[in-house]
Design a protein around this ligand. Structure first.
Ligand code: NAP
Ligand code: MG
Length: 402
């Protein structure tokens, strides 16, 4: 069998530590033997980010705008300890933050279901995708401690100096206040990313906030979603037989618990932070979760939801065996290859991505898995594989399918 050809390169963003080691093994074992892999390579490993004054991160994001689809390895976000460890010139910003700021997108996270790992919620039959708005609200708030009695007001001054005021509270004694904001343009692109993703994946979209209490702030989110849905998306949703619906956040939480899954749940920034951790742990593991950044202009960046797995990397450096789960990173590659295949009308590439995902799932369901899953599986006496042997076993299963 000849190798599958690609017409357009993927933007490849290499990363750090254990996942950088596995990145190479995934390419050598699961991609190069089957695909004439075309990528434009950007080394986002911390050493190279430091050498290029982080220019490489910006260039990789710009390349994503040029080609449309990127695949990213987990990267270190430097802190004080990393400054010394890597002798950094600066505490470079989170690459994910930089890329998100340039592409302006929404992150969608979905559990990868396998039969032998059961969600804690017994009626969840299909994955639930969380779409988290990544700008504003409490994450960009200003706060004040109020030391004594006095009047607190919101004041907006327009460009001509006209003031609008709104009383927050007449304090009789000490207290606290907080000012939040968001931007209509950001909410609009969040909404469009969600509607596009629902169409792409042919799933219903839920959005929830607290508009009954927050009659201007949260109500604006609700109105923007409704308006964009009615004017730009309603026809396409109806044609696909999928639904958009808005409800209150507390009602949404109750419905999610009673649902079967199989939809996208769009959340405001804080709700998304809280609910995505709830969903991922209730489904099993961060290493069994896909993550994709979708920009309103239709650019896609696929990655794993977990980090560089530093603890395993240090074991690896000492020559000890590791059993690190590569499934989320393999699915980052399959997500990117499938999207590339769809955009380039390359059904062979789409088929390959489908088979590789199936090979991963069947390997695990046959009882062969990494240690993190062996600890939570319902299969008695699973075979625990090391990092490399898991990937090699997936390759054997993949060969049978192709
Ligand atoms: P982490 O890499 O997500 O790992 C935390 C722990 O979770 C691991 O020690 C391991 O537990 C378990 N784990 C995570 N992924 C696993 C996998 N694929 N297979 C098996 N076990 C897995 O988080 P971290 O160690 O806190 O962060 C390390 C670095 O990653 C940091 O420098 C951080 O900045 C970076 N990070 C990057 C991203 C990204 O690029 N998207 C996201 C988050 C963090 P056990 O040790 O118990 O086995
Ligand atoms: Mg969080």
């Amino acid at each position: 069998m000849g190798k599958i050809k690609m017409t357009t390169p993927l933007v490849e963003m290499d990363g750090d530590e254990m996942m950088r080691i596995l990145w190479k093994i995934i390419k050598d074992e699961l991609l190069f033997p089957f695909i004439d892999l075309k990528t434009e390579y950007y080394d986002l490993g911390l050493e190279h980010r430091n050498e290029t004054d982080d220019r490489v991160t910006f260039e990789s994001a710009e390349a994503t705008k040029k080609y449309g689809v990127a695949v990213k390895c987990a990267t270190i976000t430097p802190n004080a300890a990393r400054m010394t460890e890597y002798d950094l010139k600066e505490m470079w910003k989170s690459p994910n933050g930089t890329i998100r700021a340039i592409l302006d997108g929404t992150v969608f996270r979905t559990p990868i279901p396998v039969k032998c790992i059961e969600p804690c919620v017994k009626n969840w039959k299909k994955p639930i995708t969380i779409a988290r708005h990544a700008y504003g609200d409490v994450y960009k708030a200003s706060e004040m401690k109020i030391p004594c009695a006095g009047k607190a007001e919101l004041v907006f001054t327009d460009e001509n100096g006209n003031e609008t005021r709104e009383l927050i509270h007449n304090f009789k004694s000490a207290g606290i206040i907080q000012g939040q904001h968001n931007i209509e343009q950001s909410i609009e692109s969040f909404a469009r990313s969600c509607f596009n993703y629902a169409i792409d994946t042919k799933q219903d979209l839920w959005f929830a906030s607290k508009d009954t209490i927050s009659k201007k702030y949260d109500h604006t989110f609700k109105d923007i979603f409704n308006e964009i849905y009615e004017t730009e998306y309603a026809d396409r949703f109806k044609a696909l037989g999928i639904e958009y619906f808005y409800t209150l956040i507390d009602d949404a939480v109750a419905r999610v618990m009673k649902s079967e899954g199989g939809y996208i749940w769009a959340c405001k920034n804080y709700d998304g932070d809280v609910m995505s951790d709830m969903i991922s742990s209730a489904f099993g593991s961060l290493a069994m979760m896909t993550s994709v950044l979708v920009s309103p202009d239709g650019y896609y960046e696929y990655e794993a939801a977990h980090g560089t797995v530093q603890r395993h990397y240090y074991k690896h450096l000492k020559g000890e065996e590791t059993s690190t789960n590569s499934v989320a990173t393999i699915f980052a590659w399959t997500g990117a290859l499938r999207k590339r295949g769809e955009l380039d009308a390359n059904p062979e590439l789409v088929h390959f991505a489908d088979c590789l995902e199936k090979a991963c799932i069947e390997t695990i369901e046959s009882g062969k898995m990494t240690k993190d899953l062996a600890l939570i599986t319902t299969i008695p006496n699973p075979v625990v594989l090391n990092s490399e042997n898991f990937i090699k076993t997936v390759r054997e299963n993949l060969k049978k399918m192709l």
